[in-house]
Design a protein around this ligand. Structure first.
Ligand code: ZN
Length: 244
């Protein structure tokens, strides 16, 4: 049986990140969040269509390092617009160009509903707080996976916008987290690389079960879905913490 090798993520083990064995990491099913089945059909169809454009684990482009953008032209503007649209349609709160197979150092995020969408081109981390926080993260490239990830609580990032204008962003909380998650994508790093080996195994299993359209077994409410049910019905909810 192929078990967690099925997604061919052999590089995951090699990335040298501090072990987080002490962390209480587990895949949390958010039973309070609205289930995908509860989304209205139009929203759900749009979400599914958008997700088809997002590269999933196993696609080598997710492990590639994106290159800096040098041309701030109409094509870049269109790229940012498309990323923004797909992020919204997929009900995500952030998206990196690499997730669409584009090796540009470009990301968009919309962590706080009241804020405008922000696009960062060529982002560089200038400063990160000593203070670190644990919080749950999802990823549009890892269907069904939600894991606790530890990151600096606040960051300062220098970047450009899609017109080439210099930006400096100071962020904390969810915004800081999304920015770091997306910047990781630009360097081929996934949340799987920031969790313990055990949590990673669990995450890979959840993802495989999600892809196969089976209900995850570990969540207590049993394998509700078998035979005949469309795969969508068994997908985990679009989490409250947001996927990016
Ligand atoms: Zn992601």
């Amino acid at each position: 049986m192929a078990d967690e090798e099925i997604l061919q993520e052999d590089s995951v083990e090699e990335l040298a990140l501090p072990p987080s064995e002490d962390a209480d990491v587990e895949v949390e099913r958010e039973q309070d969040a609205p289930a995908v089945a509860e989304l209205d059909p139009e929203t759900r169809a749009r979400r599914d269509a958008a997700l088809r454009h997002v590269r999933k684990l196993g696609d080598p482009v997710l492990r590639a390092t994106a290159v800096p953008v040098e041309r701030f032209d109409g094509a870049l503007k269109q790229e940012v617009e498309r990323m923004t649209e797909l992020m919204h349609d997929a009900l995500g709160i952030g998206l990196a160009a690499t997730q669409l197979g584009i090796l540009h150092r470009v990301l968009v995020y919309h962590a706080i509903p009241e804020d405008l969408v922000t696009a960062l081109v060529n982002p560089v981390l200038e400063w990160a707080s000593e203070e670190r926080e644990w919080a749950e993260e999802g990823c549009l490239s890892l269907p069904g996976v939600h894991v606790e990830v530890e990151r600096p609580a606040s960051v300062r990032v220098r970047a450009q916008d899609e017109t080439g204008e210099e930006l400096q962003i100071e962020a904390e909380g969810l915004t800081a987290r999304v920015i770091q998650h997306e910047m990781d994508h630009l360097d081929g790093v996934l949340i799987l690389d920031r969790i313990s080996r055990e949590a990673r195994k669990e995450a890979m299993r959840t993802m495989r079960e999600t892809i196969e359209g089976r209900a995850p077994q570990q969540s207590g409410h049993g394998a509700a879905a078998n035979g005949g049910q469309p795969a969508d019905e068994t997908q985990p909810p679009p989490d409250a913490s947001g996927s990016a």
